[in-house]
Design a protein around this ligand. Structure first.
Ligand code: NZQ
Ligand code: ZN
Length: 385
């Protein structure tokens, strides 16, 4: 097992009715920026619950954080925080609102031009504004990690960053909030979390036995509850297992002491930046083809995955191949299309565009073995058309 350090200061408050604990979790006397997205929290009553539980606190509201949050929007919140002397941020939303708040928290006290945080990938280790979250969409794990992804509208770049100062102080995860989610977002959540596990699991055989077993447990749980929760989000057993699986998929635990990949995400982010395709769907487009192009170096782990998750039998090559097919079939069961051409007609130049971008950024050796060259990248994207 590789050496590791585990640091995760987020207090996770999980379960039905836990939003009632909000006033105990927010620092006493805080002046709060209540940040949210496009308004779903007004329709499903979560906004009212928050207001009811923050009586006595001074609150300034900031709405309009869009899916795949924009740098330009978030900088407006940074201004408000400065002029209103706010000292705590509460994110109420899905990954986009939480990620957006992480960037706001980083940018408020940043000494320099905040766009550099994104473009120069500056990790924030101190001086962030404290924040908490109320999760409304299980998917990203952002409620219990210190990473975020922000889009710069002006340059059409979707960039990931983070830092140890960007963990939420607390996150309230009430599984009943998923009742109001559209099917599309439930489908996205399952596939995003599934791919998070794959990024940290589907590499090469190593001796992190426990990490593998935890990862496989999350995959199996998502396969078990995923299709059902889409049909019946008010079933609490399904909702709570779905939500907890999503958090566990990306709170850092299963990445400890093992190699990780993340190339599917890096490529997928480009598809969102270019075509606005939902994050999870970009992963379903790219992931399986990445496994195909990297077959020779991933097949041992693909075979382990195929045996343990899908009970497949045969040679390593046979099981590994079939495991990829089963993964695609699972995404289809989840109602997710897996070809780029099903989302956009203008896909012809996508591979060249992404290759050029990665070349400019110096991303020429991605993946757990740093063997995803620009040539392989082109093959993966073209195979995804
Ligand atoms: O904006 P509102 O009106 O709230 O509506 C949202 C949005 O339209 C809606 N929604 C959320 N909760 C709802 C709800 N509608 C009804 N009922 C509820 N309870 O769902 C829509 C999508 O929300 P969004 O936050 O964009 O989705 P998600 O949680 O999938 O987040 C995606 C973003 O997270 C980033 C992605 O790149 C993308 O930008 N990621 C962040 C990660 C991290 N921080 O660790 C890792 C992930 O890999 C991912 O990259
Ligand atoms: Zn993701």
């Amino acid at each position: 097992m590789l050496n590791f350090e585990l640091y995760n200061p987020t207090k996770l408050v999980f379960g039905k009715g836990q939003i009632n604990k909000l006033s105990e979790l927010v620092p006493q006397g805080a002046k709060i920026l209540l940040a949210y997205g496009g308004g779903s929290i007004f329709k499903n009553g979560i906004h009212q619950q928050v207001i009811d539980n923050l009586k006595g606190f001074e609150i300034v509201e900031f709405g309009g954080i869009e899916p795949n949050p924009h740098f330009e929007t978030l900088m407006k919140a940074v201004e408000i925080i400065k002029t209103e002397n706010i000292n705590f941020i509460l994110a109420v939303g899905g990954g986009s609102v939480i990620d957006g708040v992480k960037f706001i928290s980083a940018a408020v006290n940043f000494d320099g031009n905040p766009i550099d945080i994104l473009q120069k990938h500056i990790l924030i280790k101190e001086n962030a504004m404290p924040f908490g979250t109320i999760l409304t969409l299980p998917a990203t794990g952002s409620e219990m990690n210190s990473g975020y992804v922000v889009t710069i509208e002006a340059t059409q770049e979707k960039l990931a960053s983070g830092g140890s100062a960007l963990f939420p102080q607390f996150s309230i995860c009430d599984p009943t909030v998923i009742e109001s989610l559209p099917k599309r977002q439930l489908q996205n959540g399952v596939v995003d979390a599934f791919t998070h596990v794959m990024e940290q699991y589907l590499t090469y055989p190593h001796d992190g036995y426990l990490q593998d077993r935890i990862a496989e447990g999350i995959l199996q749980t998502l396969i078990e509850v995923g299709p059902k929760v889409v049909e019946n989000p008010s079933d609490y057993a399904l909702a709570s297992n779905f939500m907890w699986s999503c958090t566990m998929a990306l709170n850092g635990l299963i990445a400890k002491g093992v190699p990780t990949d993340w190339a599917t995400h890096m490529i997928g982010h480009e598809l969102t930046a270019l075509y606005g395709i939902d994050h999870a769907r970009t992963l379903a487009i790219i992931g399986p083809n990445l496994y195909r192009v990297l077959f020779e170096t991933k097949k041992e782990k693909l075979a382990q995955y195929g045996k343990r998750i899908f009970n497949l039998e045969g040679t390593v090559d046979e099981i590994a191949n079939e495991a990829i097919n089963k993964t695609v079939a699972f995404f289809h069961t989840m109602g997710i299309d897996t070809k780029l051409s099903q989302y956009t007609e203008n896909y012809n130049k996508t591979a060249d565009f992404i290759v050029n971008r990665f070349d400019e950024r110096g991303w020429k050796a991605m993946g757990e073995r740093q063997n995803i060259t620009l040539e392989k990248l082109k093959a993966i994207v073209e195979m995804s058309y």
